[in-house]
Design a binder for this molecule. Structure first.
Ligand SMILES: NC(=O)c1ccc[n+]([C@@H]2O[C@H](COP(=O)([O-])OP(=O)(O)OC[C@H]3O[C@@H](n4cnc5c(N)ncnc54)[C@H](O)[C@@H]3O)[C@@H](O)[C@H]2O)c1
Length: 282
């Protein structure tokens, strides 16, 4: 256990050292939404030195400022992860400040919803580059260090759209399914070296991405499909990432954890079926 004991005037007290102090985390898409919340919790609550990686320089600087103001350590990495040629070339220089990561959270992602027939090739390619190829390159880079150290945690943010189809989600759903498969591939190769590789599959989360995509009527429609009938807060997704990054999840690898208010569990799902008069008679 990482912690120390001391005795106060009211008796013995255990002061717990934050679980990830002395460790380095790299969180992509950390200027906003789920990534921002995850970076904050890793740095402020768990003591990691965190790279806030994003193409949004202003947003990344703001999140670094928030973490520093709360007493944590963070550094902004401004990078367009969809430019996989540049990423592959410059990858080592991205982690110069704190050194290579012990924890990698592949969170940056994009979604463009359009009909499958005629889906534009350029949008397909960019979605695959950001949602699949960039995580693959970052994992390859981080694994060298993690395996040499004998400890590492990799968490990929997938989606329920990688498990079940969603209207207009040809590129997004295919990319998230590929990210889930990629999670398993790396997990079995890294399994004997102290490194775990897992994914989180959120359902709808209340973030700027979703607010950009959906109006109020869409939101009510989506919420009705979720057994819990509400969107997740970013913290509920970040908490699951922190669990998978913790010692408590040391024996969990290759797993995709749905954090979705019951969405994937539901098949034929009729709200209030048993309070309807017709159902009561049957
Ligand atoms: N919000 C949801 O309902 C939901 C549901 C399931 C999965 N997800 C997944 O969660 C992840 C985060 O989503 P969010 O809702 O927090 O989104 P968000 O839009 O709030 O944040 C995404 C961040 O990624 C950054 N980003 C986008 N393209 C980038 C690029 N090319 N290079 C570097 N950074 C880039 C953006 O600047 C932004 O800061 C995504 O992978 C998304 O697919 C979200």
């Amino acid at each position: 256990m990482r912690g120390s004991s001391l005795v106060s005037h009211i008796g013995p007290v255990t002061v717990k050292t934050p679980e990830h102090s002395g460790r380095v985390a790299f969180v992509t898409g950390a200027a906003s939404g789920i990534g921002q919340q995850t970076a904050r919790q890793l740095a402020i609550d768990e003591g990691a030195s965190v790279y806030v990686a994003d193409r949004d320089a202003e947003g990344a600087a703001r999140v670094v400022g928030e973490i520093s103001d709360a007493g944590g350590r963070a550094h902004a990495v401004v990078v367009d992860l969809a430019d996989t040629a540049a990423l592959s070339r410059d990858i080592a220089s991205l982690t110069d400040t704190f050194g290579p990561p012990d924890i990698l959270v592949n969170n940056a992602g994009m979604v463009v919803t359009l009909p499958a027939s005629g889906y534009p090739l350029d949008i397909w390619n960019t979605t695959m580059a950001l949602n699949v190829t960039a995580p693959m390159l970052l994992i390859q880079h981080a694994l060298q260090h993690m395996q040499a150290k004998g400890w590492g945690r990799i968490v990929n943010i997938a989606s329920i759209s990688g498990v079940r189809a969603g209207t207009g989600r040809l590129a997004y759903g295919s990319s998230k399914a590929a990210l889930i498969a990629l999670t398993r591939q790396f997990a079995i190769e890294a399994a004997e070296t102290g490194v775990t590789v897992n994914a989180v599959a959120p359902g709808p989360v209340d973030t700027p991405m979703v607010r950009r995509l959906q109006g109020d009527s869409d939101r009510a429609l989506y919420a009705d499909m979720i057994p819990m009938r509400r969107y997740a807060a970013p913290k509920e997704i970040a908490d699951s990432v922190l669990f998978l990054a913790s010692e408590r999840a040391a024996y969990v690898t290759g797993h995709t954890l749905a954090v979705d208010g019951g969405f994937l569990a539901a098949g034929v799902f009729v709200r209030n079926l048993f309070v309807r008069p017709s159902a009561a008679k049957a």
